[in-house]
Design a protein around this ligand. Sequence first.
Ligand code: HEM
Length: 351
Amino acid sequence: MFSMFKRASLTMLSLMAALVFALSLPAHAEQKESDVAQREMTQLAGADFWRQVRQGEEGYTTSQFPEHGTLISTPGQTWYILKEKWMSPAGAIAIFGSIAFVTLVYLFMGPIMLSAPRTGKRIKRWSRLDRAMHWSMAFTFLTLGFSGLMLVYGKHFLKPYIPADLWGFIIMLAKQYHNYIGPIFGVLLICVLVKWWRKSIFTKVDFVWFIKLGGMVGKHKGSHPSAGFSNAGEKALFWLLIVVGSVVAVSGLVLDFPIFGQTRRDMELSNLVHMLAALILICGFVFHIYIGLFGMEGALEGMVTGEVDETWAKEHHDLWYEEVMAKEQNAQAAEPNQDKVKGATTNEQTS
Ligand code: HEM
């Protein structure tokens, strides 16, 4: 039995090794092709020619574009090193670090559960428009995030393992999607700002919420610090989205439309700023998505159905709950008066 299992494992291992070897062949072939092309180019034009080009020697062209004569821009090497050797690995560490952090929070602290049973009374929290905006924003952000990460990291974790044609198709799709959908993110950002800025202004209550770390950790753990419609954490995330998201959107537009006289330096700077800001947002929103999906009982149903349970409202947003209740009582108090007015009008009409 054991030897049969051993033989099966060996066969599996051999098959996997063969597969990895087969998949890595196109990458080797491609590397060889590019080496040959580089050697041919050097031979064709001569080493002196390429040395001059690298030193910034300008050629002649009828184009009126800035830097039109510069074939190879040597300072671009600094951009390349900053992007590939520093920002790219640091970004990967930050993203995996954030995911590892929320995984540890889930494993060791667990989700924040309601401390009292649900009452069953539903309270309206998000309108249809709010929800449409949120989920459009979430979808655009996440798909832009995936396509952007593919553009930066795909060559390391995917390209060596799939056929060259498939890689070419995937990366072309990622690039086109990123270029065309990017501006929509900017538009949604403006919509979200217009609709939600008022409820995201910080107040004194938020300061206490921060001091108590939201009642999530430390000596205030388990307490529910007071909060209005949004708590201080949500407000902070909202302004992070608006400020850093605007940087992402504007730098993205500079890259998307290189028709306003941007030089290579402008494009390189925009590229670095775009990547850094996007990485900050992705890490920030790993935590938001964790809380929304797994970290807090009852939060997601609010954003899906538009309504939350009374217990959830009372525990997480007590000041908002009191406001809603006060409005409800005022409306109920006004109702009999309205009935009286209606009755009086009917009596007047019939008499
Ligand atoms: C799977 C992904 C996501 C889930 C499950 C999720 C879930 C939620 C939930 C449950 C709320 C409501 C919290 C409450 O009622 O207090 C919320 C609010 C919000 N979400 Fe998301 N979200 C996701 C992705 C995103 C993304 C990608 C963004 C932006 C890029 C985003 C931006 C916001 C904003 C701005 C709010 C309003 C916070 C406030 O000011 O009260 N969400 N989300």
